[in-house]
Design a protein around this ligand. Structure first.
Ligand code: DX5
Ligand code: ZN
Length: 222
């Protein structure tokens, strides 16, 4: 099946003092979703933003709020992110022993459910949750920080996930090190939703349209 290309800027690299304006600027520049990275200093070695910030920016989001939870345990916070206005809530397969339960919980909240795989996690981790998920996120860097280098070995994992997903209406998202150089590679392997942080935000709002356009062109050129 052909899945629509999605560019999802990660606001981890935005100006945190102006998040509402940043969200409006990336959407005006052609962003398809707003990617929201939550880190707890435990599952990953960094601390970022939580449901209060998600609720604060929600009125500025006209597209979709794509929440990536890099936290463990995760279950106790799912309701808070649903209430804050997340459209998709993605949890890590490695975040706890009850992935299936976490995904059922997200679905019961009426939200799209995503499962994320760390670089060291095999694609088989999605085998028994495929009927519950709307999105599979293949991490193309170690989660925790923006601005890291893409891990080329993840191309094989994207292809494996693509084969497993088959014709199901499931987005295949990649996150980490996405630039016009890596975008065609991940799209050729089967990804359709591209998260990009440092590449899009590095030169400020006047260039967001150019950066998003360059990613779209590169993805289309594969
Ligand atoms: C990493 C985050 C990413 C990050 C991507 O743990 O999940 O969303 O912001 O940043 P870049 O595009 O700079 O690799
Ligand atoms: Zn992310």
């Amino acid at each position: 099946m052909s899945r629509p290309l999605v560019i999802a800027p990660s606001i981890l690299s935005a100006d945190f003092a102006s998040l509402g304006a940043e969200v409006r600027a990336i959407e005006d520049a052609g962003a398809d979703w707003v990617h929201f990275d939550v880190m707890d200093g435990h599952f990953v070695p960094n601390l970022t933003i939580g449901p209060g910030v998600a609720a604060a920016i929600r009125p500025h989001v006209r597209t979709k709020l794509d929440v990536h939870l890099m936290i463990s345990p995760v279950d106790a916070y799912l309701g808070d992110f649903a209430e804050a206005g997340a459209d998709t809530i993605t949890v890590h397969a490695e975040a706890g022993p009850h992935l299936y339960r976490s995904l059922q919980h997200i679905k019961s909240l009426g939200k799209r459910a995503g499962v994320a795989l760390n670089p060291g996690t095999p694609p088989d981790a999605i085998d028994y949750v495929l009927d519950l998920v709307d999105l599979v996120l293949v991490m193309t860097v170690n989660p925790g920080f923006g601005g890291q280098d893409f891990i080329p070995a993840m191309l094989g994992k994207i292809s494996a996930v693509h084969a497993k997903v088959g014709d199901r209406p499931i987005d295949i998202e990649v996150d980490g090190g996405i630039t016009p150089l890596t975008a065609p590679l991940v799209v050729a392997a089967g990804a359709n939703a591209l998260v990009a942080g440092s590449y899009i935000f590095k030169d400020g709002p006047s260039t967001y349209g150019d950066m998003i356009g360059a990613l779209k062109n590169a993805a289309a050129s594969r």
